[in-house]
Every structure is written in structure tokens, then in C-alpha cells.
Design a protein around this ligand. Sequence first.
Ligand SMILES: CCCCCCCCCCCCCCCCCCCC(=O)SCCNC(=O)CCNC(=O)[C@H](O)C(C)(C)COP(=O)(O)OP(=O)(O)OC[C@H]1O[C@@H](n2cnc3c(N)ncnc32)[C@H](O)[C@@H]1OP(=O)(O)O
Ligand SMILES: Nc1ncnc2c1ncn2[C@@H]1O[C@H](COP(=O)(O)OP(=O)(O)OP(=O)(O)O)[C@@H](O)[C@H]1O
Ligand SMILES: O=C(O)CCC(=O)C(=O)O
Ligand SMILES: [Fe+2]
Ligand SMILES: [Mg+2]
Length: 335
Amino acid sequence: MSRRAADRLKVVLNHLDRSNSASVRSSFTSSQAVSYHPQTLRYTFDTGFLSPEQRIFYEENGFLLIKNLVSEEDIDRFRAEFEHVCKGDVKIPGMVVMRDVAIAKSEFVRDQKAVSKLQDFQDDAELFRYCSLPQILKYVECFTGPNIMAMHTMLINKPPDAGKKTSRHPMHQDLHYFPFRPVDHIVCAWTAMEKVNRQNGCLVVLPGSHKGTLQEHDYPEWEGGVNKMYHGVRNYDPNHPRMHVEMEKGDTLFFHPLLIHGSGMNQTQGFRKAISCHYASADCYYIDVTGTSQENISKEVNEIATRRYGTDISVSFADTWALRGRLVHGERTSL
Ligand SMILES: CCCCCCCCCCCCCCCCCCCC(=O)SCCNC(=O)CCNC(=O)[C@H](O)C(C)(C)COP(=O)(O)OP(=O)(O)OC[C@H]1O[C@@H](n2cnc3c(N)ncnc32)[C@H](O)[C@@H]1OP(=O)(O)O
Ligand SMILES: Nc1ncnc2c1ncn2[C@@H]1O[C@H](COP(=O)(O)OP(=O)(O)OP(=O)(O)O)[C@@H](O)[C@H]1O
Ligand SMILES: O=C(O)CCC(=O)C(=O)O
Ligand SMILES: [Fe+2]
Ligand SMILES: [Mg+2]
């Protein structure tokens, strides 16, 4: 972040703090907030919770790292539940248990170690506790406002790389997957379930990339194969300045859906675990992605939905989100 930008924003924040009557403050926390100072404070609401420095950091970088936000005890409980699911002791309809493509296509025996990701755990009460943790929602509200939907849930168990670099997650923008807007009222919370570093494939981010637009995504041309739906930004420039976000167990990264991010390969023998939820304001609305760069992913999702539910029921891309989304705070006004 440039010093000048920081100073300029501080002046604006001070001005708001001093001169603003209750009416300006309340209009700032309402859904019209973004129109108040669009150039300066586009990405966060003033709920009085984030410090000016935190708001400026998110504004400039598109992410915010909060140390030690989730307790060791909660994380150990999520881990235990994950093990129950992998062993088959717990079966939740709708939850996807995904294996790494290198393992899925090999002749290895499938045991719980082969699971690379749980997706859609919204109906698993124990895992879904993560999405309702009050200390997380306190931050989420600063990005979404008070009506909050948990739209997408994952527990990622990045496996030791099987030698083909398939444990990598290509650089992407999460918005590519989402048929709802406005973009600035969506945020991801990603919590490390153990120490994550460059060795075991921590998140890699391009700071400030959230200020750009949604780019075209497709499968990267990787020799060793790519996991299903792991699209990457097309024409990715590997020389762009990037940052490896190393985190301790319980640390949580909040990031904007246009932030370009991915993760490198896991070069250790352990499974790198993280739990995440994408939240959106319940006031968001669905869009039709026909004819846009998101058409390719919407087709893939529709194919999976058809494979799962047959052709009798027609489920649109937006429907797959409306059916999986769960309210975690306030009122379900739109999504
Ligand atoms: C209530 C309404 C529900 C609507 C349902 C629609 C659900 C769609 C969900 C998708 C939403 C995605 C949203 C992501 C949003 C946020 C941003 C996150 C970015 C990402 O994380 S992108 C990655 C997301 N990935 C996925 O969502 C993949 C989900 N996985 C699956 O659907 C299945 O696991 C999969 C890959 C289809 C495999 O099916 P499965 O039946 O489990 O496996 P089989 O062993 O029978 O294999 C079938 C076939 O698939 C090949 N296979 C297996 N695993 C993989 C893999 N990881 N990658 C590639 N290919 C894989 C396997 O080899 C078999 O192939 P054959 O050629 O032998 O037939
Ligand atoms: N062609 C590509 N398209 C999209 N994303 C890519 C491409 N090539 C690499 N990436 C992504 O860039 C990020 C960094 O990858 P890489 O495997 O180089 O890890 P790294 O953290 O730099 O590890 P190392 O320390 O080995 O360099 C990962 O998210 C990776 O998936
Ligand atoms: O945990 C990771 O490796 C990255 C996950 C991610 O970015 C995603 O699933 O959208
Ligand atoms: Fe992502
Ligand atoms: Mg590298």
C-alpha cells in the first residue's frame, strides 16, 4: 500500500469520525454505503469493528489476515468430524467427497487418505459450526453487511503431491464460480487447520488484484493433469509479484472474490488441512451468466447436477447455489 493512499484514507476516516452525525454513520452501514465515498471506501462497511488500518489494508490488497481467530479446540473437532466422514461413519446427502485426480485415476487402494476435499458440508451440523462462529461473522459483517448467507463450504485436505504436481490449485478468482452480485458483498473466510507454509502449499495471492475485473478462466495446460473444476486464469503471468501467505493453526484469511489466488504443491508427507466458507450478503441477486466468461463453469456444474439428479428436474446454475446456501445471520432477503 502506498503511503500517500494510506494517508488519504486516514483523512477520510477521521473526517467521518469527527463530523459525522448519526445519520451519516447509519447511512454508511446501510446498503447504500458504497455510494458514499466510492473511490475511497468501496470494499468495507463501517460497523466500527475493523480498525482504519485494517480497512485500508483490505481496500489496497484485497485480503486481511487475522491471527488466532479459531480455537484449537474447535479445529480439533472439525478434524475429528472430517475423519468420521472419510471413514464412512458419517454420511451427509449432498456432501461431495473428492479425491485428487492423480489418485482417482491410479490403481491405489482408496482409503480416507485419498480424500483431497469435502465440498458442501452445509448439512453437517458439526462442520457447519465453522460458518456460524461469532468471531468469524463479526468480520464477515464488515464485508457483507448484516444479512449473511453461507454460500459455499469446503474442507481442503491437500494431499502430499503424488509426483505430478496435481496437488496445486491454479491461480483463479472465486467469482468465476458465483452467479451472484454485487461482487464487493462477497467474501471468503479460509482458516488454517495446522501450520501452512510454502512447503505444504499455502495460499499464494496477488495483492491488489481484486481491483481488476473478472478474467477468463479455463483448465491450465498441465502435463500431469488438473483436478475437476480447477480452472485457472487464462494467460497467467508467472512473473507477477505474488505473496505466499504462511499461517498458523487457527489463523484466518478473509479475501475478496476477485483476488487472484491459488496454492502451490504439497511437498511434505502430511495432508495440509484448511476449512473455508464463502459468504455473501443475503441482499445479493442472481445473474444470468449466459454469454459471459462464466458460461464454461456453469455448464460443468449443470452437468454434475444432471448426473446427480437426472434430467427430470431442471436445476439452473443459480438454483444450485440457492439450494446450497444457508442463512447464518439476519434475514434471507434475496439469495
Ligand atoms: C442441491 C443442488 C446441488 C447441485 C449440485 C451441483 C454441485 C456442483 C458443485 C460445484 C460447485 C463448485 C463451486 C466451487 C466454488 C468456489 C470456488 C472454489 C474453487 C474450487 O474449489 S474449484 C474445485 C471444485 N471442484 C469440484 O467441485 C469438484 C467436485 N467433485 C465432483 O463432483 C466429483 O468428485 C467428481 C470429480 C465429478 C468425481 O466424481 P465421483 O463420482 O466422486 O468419482 P468417481 O470415482 O466415480 O469418478 C468419476 C470420474 O471422474 C474422475 N475423477 C475423479 N476425481 C477426479 C478429480 N478430482 N479430477 C478429475 N477427474 C476426477 C474419475 O477418474 C472418473 O473418470 P473416468 O474417466 O474414469 O470416468
Ligand atoms: N499456468 C498456470 N496457470 C495458473 N496458475 C498457475 C500456473 N502455473 C502455476 N500456477 C499457480 O501458481 C501458484 C504457485 O505455484 P508453484 O507450484 O510455483 O508454487 P510455489 O509456491 O511457487 O512453490 P515453489 O516454492 O516450488 O516455487 C500455484 O497456485 C500454482 O497452482
Ligand atoms: O486451499 C487451497 O489450496 C485453495 C482453495 C481455493 O482457493 C478454492 O478452493 O477456491
Ligand atoms: Fe479459491
Ligand atoms: Mg514456484
